[in-house]
Design a protein. Structure first.
Length: 527
């Protein structure tokens, strides 16, 4: 039997491997994830850092950055600075908010605050604090910022202009205090800076459009803060601007002239204490004078006016006490400033030497300074300048750069001196000696008349009938005079009572003058 050959094997290629449909799920997920990553990268804005004094209200991953209540970014990390003095917050801005990463943008933490501009941030009591941003307009890109401790009063996109004010003190003003024009609120106080020498304050104010055109180059600014109640030598003054200014102060301004161009951005102005001072004419150059008073200056204070026949020429700047070793007496030198321009253009045009000669001539004509009561209610004094032709001669002197102006006693001092003079003269009258001398004279006359009577009796009544009658009448008259001048007579007693009453009256006048000198207001309010 023949073996049949084996069949040839059929070699076939294995079919190509195809992935399972289950792999489509991770592939699609990876594609979606990649697209999200690409989209996130493309939509991601710049990353910036903002430093704050404290991290209060900041939390990484939760604290939002908002502009006009719209989220424009988020705080990603919060860390301490290298010197551990501040807190640095890293902020991831949205792509649409990359315009905030410029040099003049401002960032601050929004919290509940009570400031001069009002109450703000109350919505954060429920939603939590967030970072507010005020977009700048600069073209310079920046990624590092220093956050504000207080929110800005005015946003950078509000139309208007900013100006600079210089003042001796801030008064009751605060950041956010209103600015008024004709009692209409037209802006706010934005900032305060103490000058390097510590003597003045520089503040920035913003006046919104269209009211900023009323701030001219000659505009005058003054404090309109609260209630301005003053009791001084010029009387009682009460001034206020509005209820808002009473609560949080304010600044008011007004133009001093017509057809004056509007002030440019950043123009400097002086801030006066009140409207009267702001709108007053320029004082010009000030001349320092010294007034040496011998009487009491109680009631005189720095700032009291220097008055010449009802016109204020200056003000008192200081009061001191000086001792003269030659006479061992004390005087009160009062320094003051006088503005010659207030006397008219003629006085303002004088040179320094001509002014000195004019001053000496006025003193020769009797120009003197005198203390007078400006208000019986406040008891404050002021310095009155006038001509006193009967004043003691004086010559012009200088104390350094200041002119020394002679003084005369005040009205109350003159009354007091006159009362003292009357009392001194009354006390010097020798009433006892005059009474004894009158009694001696009357006794002598009585003896003489007795001898004449005896002579007439020896010569006969026919010889001197008229003389005898005359002597009898004279004796009766002298007896009546003697009785009237007797120590216990009613006339003497009445005279003593009259003199005693005069003395008591003089002492009362003296006490009244001294009381009015110390407390002039007691004439109205009593003791």
């Amino acid at each position: 039997m023949t073996e049949s050959p084996l069949p040839e094997p059929i070699v076939s290629s294995p079919p190509r491997w195809l992935p399972s449909l289950i792999w489509l799920v991770p592939i699609v997920a990876a594609l979606i994830g990649a697209s999200l990553v690409v989209r996130a990268v493309m939509e991601r804005g710049p990353e910036i850092t903002v430093s704050f004094a404290t991290a209060e209200g900041l939390e990484a991953g939760k604290t939002k950055v908002k502009y006009r209540a719209v989220d424009v970014g988020e705080v990603t990390t919060v860390r301490l600075s290298a010197d551990r003095r501040r807190v640095v917050a890293t902020i991831a801005l949205d792509k649409t908010a990359e315009g905030f990463a410029v040099a003049d943008s401002r960032f601050w933490v929004v919290r509940p605050r009570l400031a001069g501009s009002g109450v703000s941030g109350l919505n954060t009591l429920l939603s939590g604090s967030y970072i507010g941003v005020d977009g700048g307009k600069s073209g310079e890109r920046r990624t590092e910022f220093t956050g504000l401790e207080e929110p800005p009063v005015v946003a950078s996109d509000v139309p208007g202009r900013r100006f600079v004010l210089h003042a001796r003190d801030a008064g009751s003003l605060d950041v956010g205090s209103p600015v008024y024009f004709r009692r209409i609120q037209v802006g706010h106080v934005e900032s305060f800076v103490l000058d390097p020498d510590g003597r003045r304050i520089t503040m920035g104010v913003f006046v919104k459009s269209p009211y900023d055109r009323f701030v001219t180059e000659d505009a005058r600014f003054w404090h309109a803060s609260g209630v301005d109640l003053r009791l001084d030598a010029e009387g009682v003054k009460l001034e206020t601007q509005s209820l808002a200014s009473i609560l949080m102060g304010g600044v008011a301004f007004e133009s001093a002239g017509d057809q004056v161009p509007a002030a440019a951005e950043g123009w400097d102005f002086e801030l006066a204490a009140d409207r009267a001072q702001a709108m007053a004419r320029p004082d010009g150059e000030a001349v320092t004078v010294v007034l040496r008073f011998r009487d009491s200056v109680r009631g005189l204070a720095a700032g009291a006016p220097l008055d010449f026949r009802g016109v204020s020429l200056g003000r008192v700047t200081g009061i001191a006490l000086a001792h003269d070793p030659r006479t061992d007496a004390y005087s009160t030198p009062v320094s003051a400033v006088v503005y010659p321009d207030r006397l008219g253009p003629e006085a303002a045009a004088l040179s320094a030497k001509e002014r000195e000669r004019r001053f000496a001539d006025l003193i020769r004509k009797g120009l003197r300074a005198q203390l007078k009561t400006g208000s019986l209610i406040t008891g404050q004094l002021y310095v009155a300048l006038d001509f006193f032709p009967g004043a003691a001669p004086a010559r012009a002197e200088r104390a350094g750069d200041a002119f020394v102006l002679p003084t005369v006693p005040g009205d109350l001092t003159e009354i007091q001196q006159q009362v003292r003079s009357i009392l001194t003269k009354v006390e010097k009258i020798p009433f006892d000696t005059l009474g004894r001398d009158a009694h001696t004279v009357m006794t002598t006359l009585n003896g003489t008349l007795s001898r004449l009577d005896a002579l007439a009796a020896t010569g006969g009544s026919e010889t001197l009938p008229e003389l005898k009658q005359t002597l009898v009448e004279l004796r009766g008259t002298l007896a009546a005079m003697q009785a009237a001048l007797a120590p216990d007579s009613p006339v003497q007693q009445d005279a003593r009572r009259i003199l005693q009453t005069m003395s008591e009256t003089a002492r009362s006048l003296k006490a009244l003058a001294e009381t009015l000198d110390r407390r002039p207001e007691s004439l109205i309010r009593g003791k």
